[in-house]
Design a protein around this ligand. Structure first.
Ligand SMILES: Nc1ncnc2c1ncn2[C@@H]1O[C@H](COP(=O)(O)OP(=O)(O)OP(=O)(O)O)[C@@H](O)[C@H]1O
Ligand SMILES: [Mg+2]
Length: 354
């Protein structure tokens, strides 16, 4: 009964608001941060910026004619950029998919871009343009901000960047396809881009360290004495300025660079992935204990600095989920143990269990 559920939700939100009459927003910054810190590892500096942003948004004292927040996430692949947005959506809306993802690749297809940037009405396909924007997810509600993610920003064409710039300035997007207006005043806008990460890749990958010479060659003498972190930052900033106009960069509240994942961070991510796997197993009346040497195997096979945590997830599937799935065919339920035998992961009933 959706109506009753809506009513209950509205009442709950009303009660929450009474607890904190200074804000129309019902999320609690501390709760959101708890969720973020327990799902995103090794990116503490990014989370710190998000915490500051949440304090400001919660206080509801920002410029009412602009979006609530505009951030650009930079950094290599598989290091938590999208996952951070999902974690925010989960903690604010209770669902990690409760945000509107706009793929700049799709948007670069002519008819979508036309719908966004002002093709004449009747332009072939211009009507479909609106379908990539989900108004409800973008606009949020009185008590919750909407969230939008523009992925792979470097693929956006110049007119699309101009249209976005306008959104940052006015908080409104008017689609040419009709009279449709999308309101971004109540929206947290995130954008992601991989620009600069090839340089970072060259920098960290020992097999291509040789390329560093070339990299330094291309870089300016001022770069030569820089420490690793500041050099990476500098290279990214330069590429950012080469890729986007300064007035665009100027309107972004935070440009945040995600770091490569280090081995210790992979350990934490593995532990959190195992926790999630156990959550799924619990529904089928299983519990899995994973030996330390299995964890080490997963990390050594799954640690690929160039591909971030995605390599770890693939390894988890191949080396752990598969033997678990096969064991489940023989063991009807209960506690399982993953151990290492002759370099292979073996899943058996946990000792002391039937
Ligand atoms: N820092 C991190 N903390 C926790 N989990 C992570 C982290 N980085 C990556 N992961 C895990 O790896 C998966 C891939 O990460 P994510 O989708 O965030 O990559 P991305 O940075 O958006 O990369 P791309 O640029 O390729 O889109 C996530 O689903 C998540 O489970
Ligand atoms: Mg991503």
């Amino acid at each position: 009964m959706p109506f009753i559920n809506d009513q209950i939700k509205a009442n709950e939100e009303q009660i929450e608001r009474q607890k904190d009459p200074t804000s129309r927003f019902t999320f609690k910054t501390e709760d959101v941060m708890d969720h973020l810190t327990s799902s995103i590892y090794g990116q503490d500096h990014v989370l710190k910026h998000l915490e500051d942003m949440l304090h400001i948004v919660k206080a509801d004292i920002g410029d009412p004619y602009r979006p609530l927040y505009v951030a650009l996430f930079l950094g290599p692949t598989g290091v938590g950029k999208t996952e951070t947005v999902r974690a925010l959506a989960k903690s604010i809306h209770g669902d990690p998919e409760h945000y509107c993802r706009v793929d700049m690749n799709t948007l670069s297809q002519e008819h979508y871009a036309a719908a966004l940037t002002g093709a004449p009405p009747g332009y072939v396909g211009s009507k479909e343009g609106s379908s990539i924007f989900d108004n409800e997810l973008i606009e949020g509600s009185f008590s919750k901000p909407g969230i939008v993610l523009f992925d792979e920003l470097e693929k956006a064409s110049e007119p699309v960047i101009q249209a976005l710039l306008n959104v940052f300035d006015t908080g409104t997007l008017i689609l040419t396809s009709g009279e449709q207006r999308i309101d971004f005043h109540n929206t947290l806008i995130f954008m992601t881009s991989n620009i600069g990460s090839r340089d970072m890749g060259d920098y960290i990958d020992p097999t291509v360290r040789k390329k560093m010479k070339r990299l330094f060659h291309r870089s300016k003498p001022t770069h030569w004495k820089m420490k690793e972190d500041s050099l990476v930052k500098q290279l990214i900033n330069e590429e950012l300025e080469d890729t986007f106009p300064p007035e665009f960069i100027n309107r972004i509240d935070d440009v945040l660079t995600f770091q490569w994942l280090k081995k210790d961070t992979m350990r934490e991510i593995l532990a959190s992935q195992l926790h999630l796997l156990n959550g799924r197993l619990k529904k089928k009346n299983y519990h899995l204990e994973v030996d330390e040497d299995v964890r080490q195997l997963l990390i050594s096979k799954g640690y690929d600095q160039k591909y971030g945590a995605r390599a770890l997830k693939r390894c988890l599937r191949k080396y752990l989920e598969l033997p678990v799935a096969l064991a489940m065919r023989k063991i009807p339920n209960g506690a399982l143990r993953a151990s290492l035998s002759n370099g292979e992961v073996v899943v058996s009933p946990l000792e002391g269990e039937d």
